[in-house]
Each structure stands twice: as C-alpha cells, then as structure tokens.
Ligand binder design. Structure first.
Ligand SMILES: NC(=O)c1ccc[n+]([C@@H]2O[C@H](COP(=O)([O-])OP(=O)(O)OC[C@H]3O[C@@H](n4cnc5c(N)ncnc54)[C@H](OP(=O)(O)O)[C@@H]3O)[C@@H](O)[C@H]2O)c1
Length: 226
C-alpha cells in the first residue's frame, strides 16, 4: 500500500489530493495547521492520518518528521501555501512578504529536508511542490504580486537544487503548476475545479522518472519555462 504525505490538506487542492489518494487505497498523512481547522478532511474515508503542521514554523516541521520516523513515504506533496500581500509598488509590505517567503519557499524546502529519509526508504521516492506559473520569471508579463511571485520563484530554485542533491538517494523531485483552480485562493473565476487539477497532477506525479527530475510541469504535463 503506497503512502502519501500532503500539507494543507484541510481545504482546496490539498483536501482533493487527500480524497483522491485515499479513494485509491493509499495511506494518507494529511496535515492541517490546527485541530480547529480540520474541516472536511474529517469526512474523508480510508486510511487518513491527520497531523498538525505549520509551514512557517521550522520546529513544527521537524516534530512532524520525528513523529513519522521509520515510516516510508512514497510521495511527498508540499501543497500548503498562501498568496500573501498583493499591495502594488508603493505599498509593499515587508513583514507580509517575509511571511510569504517563509510559508511558500523556506517551509516546503525544510519539509523536503526533514522528510528525505522517509521518502528515500519508500518504493516510489517522489517529492513534488505545488508551485505556480506566477513563479515563472519567463511568464511574467503583468507584474505585481511581488510576495507571491517571488516566493514561488524561490521555491522553484530551491527545489531544483533538491533535485540535484537528492538524486544520489534515488529521489525524484518536481514542481507543479495546478492550473487556475476554483479554490479559496484561486477564487470563483478560476478555469477548473480541484478534481480536474488534482487528477492531472497525480498523473504527472505518476509519470515522473529520474530523467525528468528537477522540472516544472503544469497539471497537464506541459513543461513551464523558469
Ligand atoms: N488555486 C489556484 O488557482 C492556484 C494556482 C497556482 C498555485 N496554487 C498553489 O496551490 C497550493 C494550494 O492552493 P489552494 O488553491 O488549495 O489554496 P487554499 O484553498 O487557499 O488552501 C491553502 C492551504 O494551505 C494551507 N496553509 C496556508 N498557510 C499555511 C501554513 N503556514 N502552514 C500550513 N498550512 C498552511 C491552508 O491552511 P489553513 O486552512 O490553515 O489556512 C490551506 O490548507 C498553494 O501552494 C497555491 O499557491 C493554487
């Protein structure tokens, strides 16, 4: 029975990842920020184990890894993320920006570091981060969103390094763009719903090999320019 570890699994894409993997019979380690915010994750059937984890708190990441020491994790999905302050030039918010970098770039990379052992002892040995096309420097034609864009670009750069550094342990790494999805973050004008996005990303994850480790794909498997 394969095992997946998913952050930010109480709502949006993380909840849908938990639903789909659990429905396929996987063991699901699903994380939430606090007991009060488990929400619909409670209703997901199957082998679902809930853990508390705050991506902006390195101690919380370390404790989650220690709690699961000895467990093999086939697929690690660093999904949790925040949009952060969207204030335009002239109204940049340094504190909010730092929090966004901590949550979207530093946290997922510390998570990968803390769970490298768990993934290395599994059969599939895969790690993906849910990034965003907004982190693509090549694709930035509209400016703005300084905190979010830079946090996802930093995530992409750090996970590229992970793909190189974890290769010798047999771990395959990729960053994914989920599409513009109708969630709390994506809003009602998104182009697709979570089931379609997550089904697509799961297919991409399934197809990952050491040859395409360190690449940036959208949920349809198309490569995205850095
Ligand atoms: N929706 C889109 O169109 C879209 C497009 C591109 C990329 N993405 C990326 O996809 C991922 C999931 O987004 P979503 O659309 O599902 O967003 P969402 O509905 O807003 O859900 C965000 C999730 O991240 C969690 N989270 C935020 N800060 C956290 C922290 N410090 N520690 C732990 N968990 C934290 C939230 O937990 P709480 O409930 O506790 O806040 C929630 O579970 C994000 O990385 C996002 O950047 C989304």
């Amino acid at each position: 029975m394969p095992t997946v570890f998913i952050t930010g699994a109480n709502r949006g894409l993380g909840l849908e990842f938990a639903r789909q993997y659990a429905a396929d019979g996987w063991r699901v380690h699903a994380t939430v920020r606090s007991e009060e915010k488990i929400y619909d994750l409670q209703e997901v059937g199957g082998d679902v184990r809930i853990h508390i984890l705050d991506m902006a708190d390195s101690g919380s990441i370390r404790r989650a890894a220690e709690k699961l020491s000895g467990e093999a994790i086939d697929v690690l999905v660093a999904n949790a993320g925040m949009y952060g302050p969207s204030g335009p030039l002239g109204k940049l918010d340094a504190e909010g920006w730092a929090k966004t970098l901590a949550t979207n770039a530093v946290g997922p990379t510390l998570l990968a570091e803390a769970f490298a052992e768990h993934v290395a002892r599994s059969e599939m040995k895969k790690m993906v981060a849910v990034s965003s096309k907004m982190g693509s420097i090549a694709d930035n034609g509209s400016g703005g969103s300084y905190a979010y864009r830079s946090s996802k670009a930093a995530l992409n750069a750090a996970w590229k390094s992970l793909s190189v550094d974890l290769r010798e342990r047999g771990i395959t790494v990729a960053v994914l763009h989920p599409g513009w999805v109708r969630t709390d973050m994506g809003g009602p004008n998104g182009l697709i719903d979570p089931p379609e996005s997550v089904a697509g990303m799961r297919e991409v994850i399934e197809g990952l090999t050491d040859e395409n480790s360190g690449e940036f794909f959208d949920y349809k498997g198309q490569r995205i320019a850095w």
